[in-house]
Design a protein around this ligand. Sequence first.
Ligand code: ADP
Ligand code: MG
Length: 475
Amino acid sequence: MSATDDTYPADSTPTATPDQASHHPARAAAPLAGDHAPADPWERVTERMRQDIGEAAWRNWIKPLRVSRLEDGTLTLEANSTLARERVTSQYADRLRVISAAEYGGVRKVEVRVAAQAAPRMSQQKPAAKQSGEALGAGLDPRYTFSNFVVGKPNELAFAVARRTAESATVAFNPLFLYGGVGLGKTHLMHAIAWHIREQDPSRHVVYLSAEKFMYRFVQALRFRDTMSFKEQFRSVDVLMIDDVQFISGKDSTQEEFFHTFNALVEDGRQVIISADKSPTDLEGMEERLRSRLGWGMVADIHPADYELRLGILQAKAERARLAVPDKVLEFLAHRISSNVRELEGALTRIAAHASLVGREVTIDSAAELLADLLRASSRQISIDEIQKQVAAHYDVRVAEMFSARRARNIARPRQVAMYLAKTLTSLSYPEIGRRFGGRDHTTVMHAVRSIEGLINTDNGISEDVQLLRSLLSS
Ligand code: ADP
Ligand code: MG
């Protein structure tokens, strides 16, 4: 047994830069570590679990777990109590195993035991001065690169300016201000810029920091009366990225400090890159002069992903992770899960974990069942009435034919299409759908759904009809 067996080996972390490797030992103790950039496998596992099981369950059961060791393909985790151990073992162990296998490689088994005592939290007293410039930033997620970023209409401007900023040896836009809603790729683009610059010119000192961490470091410096060295740390920075800057709104002294740091860097010709959830002018609780200053450079917004982009992202992720998820299912997800890319990823992870557990091919039905909670929360409710009206109009039949008993093909086929759309675009069950189509039996609906699924693959006409109707209904 080697000395590193008690923890997971540090060199198994897929960090690509010495910067991160040297940052690693401090990571576990920094209270705000891992807020955006899970560079070590366990953080990525827990992050995926969080997306998968939801914030509340994650906070209760997964977040408190600590990695104890990784040995002979068994990942041993420590829980704080017997209750926690039992809960994790009974409910989350399988999922943890699947995800750990993907993130660590070589993990075949996950064991949970009760920690002998609560793990001591050390080094909170570590003075800021002791933290080298290297430790200033947060780790970068190795997956967040330009090549992993799928470009579409909603994000093409942001992507283009991010690329330009990364590629130009001189300061392109200052500051570059990226904004958009949650989960639309702001952090991804910032990391991508950082990776690119580090690769092109390792001598340029790139620091990526969440606004929260910036704030934390500043408060820490104040506490240790060490604001001089706090400022000193930023002097040598060539490219400073502050993510989610909205978090410093309302925090006056941090804003003040941020403003000075920002001005000093910009005046000195260093590149500053900022992200926020709103445009500079809409940042509430932010001083006017700072707001206007932030808008001086290039401001680029990321719009919510449209259907094309959502599908593109799903296909890229599925391919990269070598997940055998049928196209039909990806299309279904792209239709049903609206704008937030993080949710799309969560859905895909959940489906993949499930598929590898039960060893069966994923179908639209199994996906719908598995993701019922997500789908309900995320999609605009499409009503069965809308579907029936839209389908009737498309095929030029009367809406009443949707409920009628007539079986003529020119009426039965549109009715089947409507049933299929009802099944894939709403969360209604087969019997419920049957009732809404003139009191038909659930087996009739099942048959309709299966027929249309088959035709979509063999009949271009039907496949186009369905696609068109879908986009009409989803928009
Ligand atoms: P934000 O910082 O805007 O909240 P993130 O950058 O954290 O969003 O993105 C959330 C997740 O979605 C990340 O895993 C990211 O890789 C992924 N993502 C977002 N947009 C894209 C895209 N265009 N292509 C590929 N992945 C994306
Ligand atoms: Mg972010």
